[in-house]
Design a protein around this ligand. Structure first.
Ligand code: PLP
Length: 376
């Protein structure tokens, strides 16, 4: 049976996996502060350390590299503010939690496909030494993957340290902490079927990150505050399944590609962002010419299809996407772009519903671009 909502907003958040719910409920039912020395405390500590092992294994890191935080946002803030290193150089398409974390960051531009310009980055790191560089692995709006191995080499050659926000990549693209060659890497549980409100910063040995919060000595003095044991347990289970998720990336790409070609058939003039380069398999950022993104989101919502206007991670605000602006997309086009992001639970029936609702809206707006004969 078709579900009542076609949820196509997995880059905003994902359904929590059944195994995660089970493990979290068990953890919530047991009492214990991981810092307590008695048996209950030791049990809680065991749960946290098992999750640390699972997360480290999922990204080819060591357990000692993992600092649990309360979100991907906090992990990004810890990376950029916990080292006391300036200047900070970030790509122009970073998530707000990177863009706004550092004081007056220098922006490395991206090209029209949304890929960071390596020559410009090299010039920035060579001119501003020794910098801290932050470039994301996959963009949340377009899904475009960034050349992080090259970024890390360029930065290290100029004596800079490198942070990578891999929040959107985990579970959708391979994430290998060691092979990427970065010094720090951010992750978030709720993008991979874990709970909201848990994240992690992976930190290479020898990098001395200072806790942003003042208080206890948790997480080897790098993140004060009693650990969110149940949330961390859920993160560990979800991370353990991240590799299985990669196995279905072909199916996600099939759904995305079907949606892309059918929407394009309805509106041949519609721009698609990032399709000329390597993208996450689940993400489609597309314009409906002449129809504001908010109008599309609302009309699709009424038809039972959940998508978002640009990056809707925060407060439901709708502003023209800085990511598309950085890709030099004209304002009038960017304001008509929506993000459709598929996940494991989706099927071709969800694509059908999306195409149907999108086509109906396009027809209502009387666009001359509608070509019913090509509509699937
Ligand atoms: N980084 C990226 C690329 C994201 O897409 C998001 C959330 O959408 C975050 C960081 C923030 O993660 P969290 O929601 O856990 O704070």
């Amino acid at each position: 049976m078709m579900s009542t909502v076609s949820y196509l907003d997995h880059n905003a958040t994902t359904p929590v996996l059944p195994a995660v719910v089970e493990a979290m409920v068990d953890a919530l039912r047991s009492t214990g502060n991981p810092s307590s020395v008695h048996r209950s405390g030791r049990n809680a500590r065991r749960l946290v350390e098992a999750a640390r092992d699972q997360l480290a294994a999922a990204v080819n890191a060591e357990a000692g590299n993992v600092i649990f935080t309360a979100s991907g946002t906090e992990a990004n803030n810890l990376a950029l503010r916990g080292l006391d290193r300036a200047p900070i150089i970030v790509s122009a398409i970073e998530h707000d939690s990177v863009l706004k974390a550092g004081d007056a960051p220098l922006l490395a531009p991206v090209d029209r496909n949304g890929v960071v310009e390596l020559a410009a980055l090299r010039e920035l790191v060579e001119t501003h030494r020794p910098a801290l560089v932050s470039v994301m692995l996959a963009n949340n709006e377009t899904g475009v993957l960034q050349p992080i191995v090259d970024v890390a080499k360029i930065a290290h050659d100029a004596g800079a340290l490198v942070h990578c926000d891999a929040v959107q990549a985990l579970g959708k693209a391979p994430v290998d902490f060691k092979a990427l060659g970065v010094d720090m890497l951010s992750l978030s549980a709720h993008k991979i079927g874990g709970p909201q409100g848990v994240g992690a910063l992976m930190v290479r040995d020898g990098i001395d990150v200072k806790s942003l919060l003042r208080g206890g000595g948790q997480e080897k003095r790098r993140r004060a505050g009693t650990e969110n044991v149940a949330g961390i347990v859920g993160f560990g289970i979800a991370a353990g399944q991240a590799k299985d998720h990669l196995l279905v990336s072909g199916k996600l790409a099939d759904l995305r590609d079907a949606a892309q070609s059918r929407l394009k058939a309805l509106a041949p003039g519609a721009r698609i962002f990032g399709d000329a380069v390597t993208r996450l398999p689940n993400t489609l950022c597309i314009e409906m010419p002449g129809v504001a993104a908010e109008t599309q989101v609302m009309a699709l919502d009424l038809a039972g299809v959940a998508v978002s206007a640009g990056s809707a991670c925060s407060s439901g605000k709708v502003a023209t996407s800085p990511v598309l602006r950085a890709m030099q997309v004209e304002e009038a086009v960017a304001s008509c772009a929506i993000r459709i992001s598929f996940g494991r639970g989706n099927s071709m029936a969800d694509v059908d519903r999306l195409v149907q609702a999108w086509g109906a809206l396009l027809a209502r707006h009387g666009s001359r671009l509608v070509r019913p004969e090509t509509a699937a």
